[in-house]
Design a protein around this ligand. Sequence first.
Ligand SMILES: Cc1cc2nc3c(=O)[nH]c(=O)nc-3n(C[C@H](O)[C@H](O)[C@H](O)COP(=O)(O)O)c2cc1C
Length: 309
Amino acid sequence: MVKPDLSVSVGPLELSNPVMAASGTFGYGLEFEPYLDLEQLGGFVTKGLSPRPRVGNPPVRIVETPSGMLNTIGLQNVGVDAFIEEKLPALRGKKTRVVANVFGETETEYVEVCTKLDAVEGVAGIELNVSCPNVEKGGIIFGSDPSALARITQVCRKATKLPLAVKLSPNVTDIKVMARAAEEAGADILSLINTFVGMAVDVDRRRPVLAKVSGGLSGPAIRPLAVWLTWQTAQAVKIPIIGMGGIVTARDALEFILAGASAVQVGTSNFVHPDAPIRVLDGLRDYLTRNGIASIRELVGTLDATVRT
Ligand SMILES: Cc1cc2nc3c(=O)[nH]c(=O)nc-3n(C[C@H](O)[C@H](O)[C@H](O)COP(=O)(O)O)c2cc1C
């Protein structure tokens, strides 16, 4: 039997297969080397990088919820300079795609990080985190207003020639409006979705469980919502989509691909199985082989969503 072709082009981003690890759940990639071969991944996205290191929010900043988790990490990261000096050299020789997730508190900070990443070897693309619900400045402020989103996309577009993905928030009234704003402003790719804002209450202490009160909900609990938003977005834009939200198995990944995603990211599942993306990839390969499908690309957006009466 012929081996199925798993390679995909996500706009200008060429991947050997459609499975990536999601930002914030996979460190800087190197931490996962004991558990999987980074070169087998289509790619991975780094933790959000800011101009200077951040310590993040105080604990409690993670709580498990039914089929998911809430986090309020607050974008703890080493900062873009330490990433370039200390992490990137070890990643550079590897045959995988390293996408840098970028975060800033102001437009100038986003531009600063993009400019620095644009100037070095080894970064395959930039994913703008304009949708983090867990920080007081930046993040969601840019991702919940279409004109602010367009503006931040435009200035980052000018700062880099690298493939540019804009990561959308689900915490908006109409994701299609945001998707079109990013597309028109020059995004090559849309990544979706970031986490849903939620909260958990400790009924004995009568206090929120999380120190910062609210957090971002991720994991299988959000998957049907994420698939729906992916499908809606795919109807609204021409640029490719990287879908995510609660992917654990290949069948989960296929839901996003059929709904219109050209590639997927595996996030929270990495905390349960550190080789989760490889499990998803193996399952996709099996699915294609069993169904005699030559290329994963044949499946993208092929969902028949005709309403049956
Ligand atoms: C602990 C944690 C940290 C995260 N940090 C980031 C981040 O730095 N930048 C970002 O764009 N998304 C971040 N995310 C969001 C994930 O990349 C992903 O969009 C979201 O969790 C949904 O996918 P999942 O359900 O597979 O986890 C984080 C998620 C978690 C759980």
